[in-house]
Design a protein around this ligand. Structure first.
Ligand code: HEM
Length: 239
C-alpha cells in the first residue's frame, strides 16, 4: 500500500517507489537546477551499469566463438554510450552560477569517483584479451584482416564493432569535456587540480589501441617507408 492505495503491477515491477525516492525532495534542493543535475548523474550511472552487463556478455560470446551475437551486443553498448553522451546536453542548460551552488552542496564529491565509470575503464581489457585470443585461435593477423576484409567478414565486422564502441566512449568523454568547459571554463582549477588537463588526457585514451594503430600500418602499405608499430599491431606473429 502507498498513500492508502494498492501498488500497481507496474509500480511493483519497475520499482517506481524506491526509484523516485532516490532524488532530493523539493525542500532539500539547494537550487532549482539541482534536480536535473542529480537525475542526469543517476541515469548515467544506470546506463553504465547496463553497459557493464552487456560487456560481460560480449566477452563470453567472443570466447565462445559466437561472433554475430557478440556484434549485436557490442552494437547495444555503442548505442548506450551514445545515450550517455547525448544526455550530458541537458546539463548544458544549467547556468554556471547554478552549478556553483550545486557544487557547494556536493562537498568533495567528483565524477572521478563514479563507480560505473571506473568499472567501464577496467572492463574492456577483458574484451581486448578475448579478441586477441580469437585472432590467435583463427590464426588471423589484424593487419591481414584489414588488407582483405572480405576474407573474414565476420571477424572484420567484430573488430569494427569494437572500434565503434571505443569511439562512442571517447565521444562521451569529449561531450563531458565540452560540458565542463561550458560550465566552469577551460582554466578553472577544480577540487582535484586542473580538470581540463586531466580530462583532455582521458579523451585521448582508447580501449583497443591496436585497432587504431592497424590503420596507420595499413596506410603504410601504400606509402613507402619502414613498417610502423609492427610489434604492437601484429598480435599473432611470433619470432
Ligand atoms: C555540470 C556538469 C558537470 C561538470 C561541471 C563536471 C565537472 C567535472 C570536472 C571538473 C571533472 C574533473 C575532475 C574533478 O575536478 O573532479 C569531472 C570529472 C568527471 N565527471 Fe563530470 N561534470 C559534470 C557532469 C558530469 C556528469 C553528468 C557525469 C556523468 C556520469 C560526469 C562524470 C564525470 C566523470 C566520469 C569524471 C572523471 C573523468 C575522467 O577521469 O576522465 N560529470 N567532471
Amino acid at each position: 500500500m502507498s498513500d492508502g492505495r494498492e501498488i500497481t503491477e507496474y509500480e511493483k515491477y519497475i520499482r517506481t517507489g524506491p526509484l523516485l525516492g532516490l532524488q532530493k525532495t523539493a525542500d532539500e534542493l539547494v537550487c532549482h537546477d539541482e534536480l536535473a543535475f542529480q537525475i542526469v548523474h543517476q541515469v548515467e550511472e544506470l546506463w553504465m551499469k547496463l553497459c557493464q552487463h552487456e560487456l560481460a556478455l560480449a566477452v563470453r560470446l567472443i570466447e565462445g566463438d559466437r561472433l554475430v551475437e557478440a556484434r549485436v551486443t557490442l552494437h547495444r553498448m555503442y548505442l548506450i554510450c551514445g545515450l550517455m553522451a547525448d544526455q550530458l546536453r541537458l546539463l548544458e542548460t544549467m547556468s554556471p552560477r547554478a552549478y556553483f551552488t550545486v557544487r557547494s552542496a556536493l562537498g568533495r564529491g567528483s565524477g572521478q569517483e563514479s563507480p560505473g565509470f571506473n568499472a567501464l575503464l577496467e572492463q574492456p581489457a577483458a574484451l581486448r584479451t578475448a579478441t586477441r585470443a580469437l585472432l590467435k585461435r583463427r590464426a588471423v593477423k589484424l593487419i591481414d584482416l584489414h588488407r582483405d576484409p572480405a576474407r573474414s567478414p565476420e571477424m572484420f565486422a567484430l573488430v569494427e564493432a569494437l572500434v565503434d564502441f571505443d569511439e562512442a566512449f571517447q565521444h562521451f568523454r569529449q561531450r563531458h569535456l565540452a560540458l565542463v568547459r561550458r560550465i566552469i571554463g577551460g582554466r578553472t582549477p577544480s577540487l582535484k587540480g586542473a580538470p581540463a588537463e586531466l580530462l583532455e588526457h582521458g579523451v585521448r585514451q582508447t580501449f583497443f589501441p591496436e585497432l587504431w594503430l592497424v590503420r596507420e600500418q595499413l596506410f603504410r602499405d601504400f606509402t613507402p617507408g619502414p613498417p610502423l608499430f609492427e610489434d604492437d599491431v601484429d598480435e599473432t606473429h611470433h619470432h
